[in-house]
Ligand binder design. Structure first.
Ligand SMILES: [Zn+2]
Length: 341
C-alpha cells in the first residue's frame, strides 16, 4: 500500500515538473514563434504589394476609415466599402443605371483616398459626412424614410454597385486622382482652372456629353427685379453702379473652353462667370439673360461646376450600353483603373 502511495506521489511530482516546464519555457516559446511568423508574413505581404503597385499599399492602409458625424461630433470607424454604400445613397439617385452607380462609387472611393492622402480636413477623422466639406453620407434609416417603397431592394442595388467594383480607384501616374463630379454638364464639361483658378489637371479636359437635355437638371430659370440685382452686386462690390438705359449694361465678354461664361460685365464691374453664378444663386455659369422693364431673367443650362464626371451624362452613357470603366474614361483622360485590394 505504502509503495503504491509513494508511486502516485512520484507521478504527481513528475506531472507537476512537466507542467511547470511547459508553462514557463515551451508555451512562451510557441507564442513568440507564432508572433514572429505572423509578423514576417505581414511584412512580406506589404512588401510584395508595394513592389507590384510601386506606390503606397492602399489595401492595407484603407480597409477602414474614421468617419466624423457632424450632427453629434462622433467618430465612427467603418469599413471603406460599407461607407461608400451610404455615400452613394446620398450622391446619386438609386434609379440610375447600375453602371452609372458603379462609376459614381469608383469616383467616391477615389475621392476618399485622394482626400486622405492630400490633406485631411479634420484632426481625428479621415472624412466627415457633409457634402459642403468632405463628401455626402446618409444613414440607411434616413434614406429609407425618403424612399417609401422597395427600400431593401433599392439598398441592395447600391450595395451591388459598390461591391461589384470593390477596391477600384482611378489613378494618374499611380496615384488617386482628384475625382471631381457634378450633376449635369449641360452638354460639355469644364476645365478646373476656369472654376477655381490655379493650374490645370492633365486628366480633366472639357468633353462633350450627349443626352444631358433629357434631365430636369438641364434647364432652369431664375428672375430678379433690377433692384435685387443691384442689392446683390453691392454686397460684393461696394462701388457697383449700373445704368439700365444702356444697351450693354449687362454683357458677356468671354466664354470658357467648356462654353460657360468666363467674364461678364455687369454695370461698371467685370466679373467671372463663376462669381456671377454665386452672387445670383444660379445652377451653373452657363447662362443667358433677358432684361425686361422691371426684371432680369437668367436662363441657365446644366447643374454644378461642370468639372469631371457628369452624373446625368453617366446615366445616359450607361443606357447606351457603356460600362463603368468606359464611363469613367469618357470623363477623365489618360487615367487608369487600379484595384487597391
Ligand atoms: Zn469634412
Amino acid at each position: 500500500m505504502k509503495k503504491i502511495l509513494k508511486s502516485i506521489t512520484k507521478s504527481y511530482i513528475l506531472l507537476f515538473c512537466i507542467l511547470i516546464t511547459v508553462s514557463i519555457i515551451i508555451l512562451p516559446l510557441m507564442f513568440t514563434q507564432k508572433f514572429i511568423i505572423e509578423n514576417s508574413i505581414k511584412k512580406i505581404n506589404v512588401e510584395v504589394q508595394k513592389d507590384l503597385s510601386q506606390t503606397i499599399d492602399y489595401g492595407v492602409k484603407y480597409k477602414t476609415i474614421n468617419l466624423l458625424h457632424r450632427n453629434d461630433n462622433t467618430v465612427e470607424t467603418i469599413e471603406l466599402e460599407e461607407y461608400l454604400v451610404n455615400v452613394l445613397a446620398a450622391e446619386m439617385p438609386v434609379d440610375y443605371e447600375l453602371e452609372a452607380l458603379k462609376a459614381q462609387a469608383t469616383v467616391a472611393r477615389t475621392y476618399t483616398l485622394y482626400q486622405i492622402e492630400n490633406g485631411k480636413k479634420h484632426e481625428n477623422s479621415d472624412m466627415c459626412d457633409s457634402s459642403e466639406c468632405c463628401q455626402a453620407w446618409i444613414s440607411k434609416e434616413k434614406r429609407f424614410e425618403s424612399w417609401k417603397e422597395n427600400q431593401e431592394e433599392k439598398w441592395n442595388k447600391l450595395k451591388e454597385a459598390v461591391y461589384s467594383c470593390s477596391g477600384d480607384i482611378i489613378t494618374y501616374n499611380g496615384k488617386p486622382i482628384d475625382a471631381f463630379f457634378h450633376s449635369n454638364s449641360g452638354g460639355k464639361t469644364e476645365l478646373p482652372v476656369n472654376v477655381w483658378g490655379g493650374t490645370d489637371y492633365p486628366y480633366l479636359q472639357a468633353v462633350e456629353t450627349s443626352g444631358e437635355d433629357e434631365y430636369s437638371q438641364y434647364y432652369s430659370e431664375i428672375e430678379y427685379t433690377k433692384t435685387e440685382i443691384e442689392e446683390k452686386m453691392k454686397k460684393s462690390y461696394e462701388d457697383f453702379s449700373i445704368n439700365w438705359q444702356e444697351n450693354n449694361c449687362i454683357e458677356i465678354l468671354e466664354y470658357t473652353e467648356g462654353e460657360r461664361i468666363k467674364t461678364i460685365k455687369i454695370g461698371n464691374q467685370n466679373i467671372a462667370g463663376v462669381e456671377a453664378r454665386k452672387i445670383f444663386s444660379l445652377r451653373s455659369s452657363n447662362f443667358t439673360f433677358e432684361i425686361s422693364e422691371e426684371n432680369v431673367k437668367f436662363k441657365v443650362i446644366g447643374y454644378g461646376h461642370g468639372v469631371g464626371l457628369s452624373q446625368t451624362g453617366s446615366n445616359t452613357l450607361a443606357k447606351e450600353g457603356k460600362n463603368y470603366i468606359e464611363i469613367i474614361k469618357h470623363f477623365y483622360q489618360n487615367i487608369e483603373i487600379e484595384n487597391i485590394k
